[in-house]
Design a protein. Structure first.
Length: 263
């Protein structure tokens, strides 16, 4: 291989972690599958008019897949929000309520507003609905609402079972994939809620969701040190409960939004 090609290959390899997808394919489908189980009959019928035979779970990854089309490059910052490190819950929410930047918080609210508009064409409804399904999942992945100096954990290098990775990628895909379940099996395994629990989760605002994710991310960084970057079975054991709860909350809250818009 020519030296120039080797350099390009190395650059490509090291750049890959900085383009992580929130929850990965599997995680987003789990959120969508859970949401589908809590739809009202009316919301389900209206969504079918928009998505046709494509399920919410399958639609959930469209917003990541279209990153291959440069036409949609403008959507990239819609997937995440960067906050300062060390904020309290109150300070994080206060920041969000004044937020006017192009980020996950402002654009998730924008997409909800658009879907409540009665004059949208079918193509516009499909576009915004697929974005909504995806962005609700993004909002519940802790490192998509995280410290900007770490690029949401992308700059925090770790070893996942001795393979080079970063903290963001571990939470996007590695922890979910490690369970070795299909998205339908995974959703069935964790989708156990009470009506009281669902109502409480759905009552929370988008600012609450983002703040919750941010506070989780703040607990993750101190665990990674220069002397302790090797993550494996113990890391999974300590964090899989949080992963599962965030996936479950994402699905329940997505259903709440869809029922409010279409139900």
């Amino acid at each position: 291989m020519k030296p120039v090609n080797k350099i390009l290959l190395l650059l490509f390899f090291f750049a890959l972690p900085f383009y992580s997808l929130a929850w990965g394919v599997l995680g987003h489908r789990i959120v969508g599958e859970i949401a589908d189980s809590y739809l009202t009959a009316k919301a389900r019928a209206e969504i079918k008019k928009i998505l046709g035979d494509e399920s919410i779970a399958i639609s959930a990854n469209w917003a990541d897949f279209i990153k291959s089309d440069s036409t949609y490059n403008y959507l990239s910052p819609w997937h995440y929000i960067n906050l300062e490190r060390g904020l309290s819950t109150e300070n994080a929410k206060a920041f969000l309520l004044k937020d006017t930047a192009v980020d996950l918080y402002t654009k998730l609210n924008f997409v909800v507003k658009q879907l409540k508009t009665k004059t949208l064409s079918l193509d516009q409804k499909r576009f915004y609905l697929k974005l909504l399904i995806h962005f609700v999942g993004d909002a519940h992945q802790p490192l998509h609402a995280s410290g900007k100096e770490t690029a949401g954990g992308n700059r925090v290098r770790v070893l996942w079972f001795n393979n080079q990775s970063n903290l963001h990628a571990v939470w996007d895909e590695a922890l979910v994939n490690f369970q070795q379940l299909s998205y339908t099996e995974y959703a069935a395994a964790i989708n156990h809620t009470t009506l009281k629990q669902r109502l409480a989760w759905q009552k929370a605002s988008v600012a609450d969701w983002i703040s919750e994710s941010y506070l989780i991310s703040e607990t993750l960084y101190p665990e990674i040190t220069e002397k302790d970057q090797k993550l494996s079975y113990d890391y999974n054991f300590r964090h899989i409960k949080t992963v599962n709860e965030q996936l479950l909350k994402g699905g329940v809250r997505l259903a709440g939004l869809l029922n409010a818009i279409f139900g």
